[in-house]
Design a protein around this ligand. Structure first.
Ligand code: ASP
Ligand code: MG
Length: 432
């Protein structure tokens, strides 16, 4: 007998029929003798609708008083959380009902009931602690399946409901798995695992059997959207094995005792036998580049540039500074998401005097292609192969950054697909 967390995302619980399908997946594992905690998202589209309602309500037509408006804005993220957390409350109750209809003892749990204690950063709260004892007691004393509303928690001091940020129910699931010491956290979703790259771009992309936490962390932060990045971090810290699998397989066709059903296991490096140099290629479009030219080459200039950007909450990604040739001035280039491009430019312009630069130039319509693999630690020349492959296809590389298990290339968006496909073949990732 084992202990499992089963997490179902929005598309898997999109309507009553699918919720009943989820109930059959849960029944299969319960019948196999497992103790099960289920974590659910809101029905797909629900969270967006709720978010939309909160902005509509905040429009407050007719209110001209600036002071009142500012007060309302400060309070509004608390109420935003109260509103958007309701999506998960609905699915947790509906799934518990569906399980009961199949003769399974089940009850719903809201974040505050467990409790899932979080920080008070409303709308993007961090989990501080989870007491799993009530859930475990339910397994032991009542053979009860816990159906938990993902995405939500409570800030203990204020007693207010919090949410974990969009996509946060993955993080809820992994955190619950750590709290109840589950053997595995199964993430059921609309894809059947983690692929070497996006199969919509590269039809020859392969599903990976196993991925190391560190690799998954890079894949997720570099644009692979299967899992919320924070859930992977949590899995790594608490060593929770996370298994990504499809909820669209017929529940009864799956052998609950199989060594590994179709899907991808995200686990410790030590559990991975097959070691290829490159594991996957991630990419993100909509990147923008800003170059600050001829800044004085002296201590404090990088701080003068990135301090104001950080204060403005702008997410800087790649940073490339060239070594000064004359010992007096240097250039510094960085990238930001296109959505933050104009804000970033304004911020740098405002700080012009403090930074002391000659010129600023910038570009949009850029893409970042990242090649990831723990095998890179022990292999030389992996990036050099990529540079040659892109040169052969006449693709210009604008900036390069590297880490121990990854390198990223900034190119023009128009070449994204070509670059990803070429690299996928180059590193032997194509499906045979
Ligand atoms: N329902 C939330 C969202 O749409 C949380 C989640 O699905 O993970 O962001
Ligand atoms: Mg999700």
């Amino acid at each position: 007998m084992g202990r499992l967390v089963m997490k179902f995302g929005g598309t898997s619980v999109a309507n009553i029929e699918r919720i009943r399908n989820v109930a059959r997946h849960v029944k299969r594992e319960v019948d196999a003798g497992h103790e099960v905690a289920v974590v659910v998202s809101a029905m797909s589209g629900k969270t967006n609708e709720l978010v939309g309602w909160t902005s509509d309500a905040a429009a407050m037509t007719g209110t001209a008083n600036e002071e009142l408006l500012a007060l309302a804005r400060a309070d509004s993220t608390r109420e935003y959380d109260a509103v958007v957390a309701s999506g998960e409350q609905v699915t947790s109750g509906l799934l518990a009902i569906s399980l009961q209809a199949l003769g399974i003892n089940a009850r719903s749990w809201q974040g505050w009931q467990i409790p899932v204690l979080t920080s008070d950063a409303h709308s993007s709260a961090r989990i501080l602690d989870i007491d799993g004892s009530a859930l475990v007691k339910g397994f032991a004393e009542r053979k009860e399946v816990a159906v938990i509303a993902g995405f939500q928690g409570i800030h203990a001091e204020s007693g207010r409901i919090t949410t974990l940020g969009r996509g946060g129910s993955d993080t809820s699931a992994v955190a619950i798995a750590a709290a109840i010491r589950a053997d595995r956290c199964d993430i059921y979703t609309d894809v059947d695992g983690v692929y070497t790259t996006d199969p919509r771009v590269v039809p020859k992309a392969r599903r990976l059997d196993r991925v190391a936490f560190e690799e998954m962390l890079e894949l997720a932060s570099q644009g692979a959207k299967v899992l919320q990045v924070r859930s992977v971090e949590l899995g790594m810290v608490h060593n929770v094995r996370v298994f990504v699998r499809s909820s669209f397989d017929k529940p009864e066709d799956i052998d609950p005792h199989a060594a590994q059903p179709p899907g991808t296991l995200i686990c410790n490096e030590e559990e991975i036998m097959e070691n290829h140099v490159v594991t996957g290629i991630a990419f993100s479009k909509d990147e923008a580049q800003i170059s600050v030219r001829q800044i004085e080459d002296k201590p404090g200039v990088a701080a003068a540039i990135f301090g104001p950007l950080a204060d403005a909450n702008i997410n800087v990604d790649m940073i490339v500074q060239s070594v000064s040739s004359d010992g007096a001035t240097t250039d510094l280039t960085f990238t930001v998401p296109a959505s933050e491009y104009s804000r970033a430019k304004d911020t740098i312009e405002k700080a012009r005097e403090k930074i002391g630069y000659k010129a600023m130039d910038s570009a949009t319509d850029l893409a970042k292609v990242s090649v990831i693999g723990i095998g890179m630690r022990s292999h030389a020349g992996v990036a050099a192969q990529a540079f040659k492959a892109l040169a052969d296809r006449n693709i210009n590389i604008r900036a390069i950054t590297t880490s121990e298990i990854k390198f990223s290339l900034l190119i023009d968006t128009a070449y994204t697909e070509l670059a990803v496909r070429s690299l996928h073949t180059l590193y032997g990732l194509d499906k045979v």
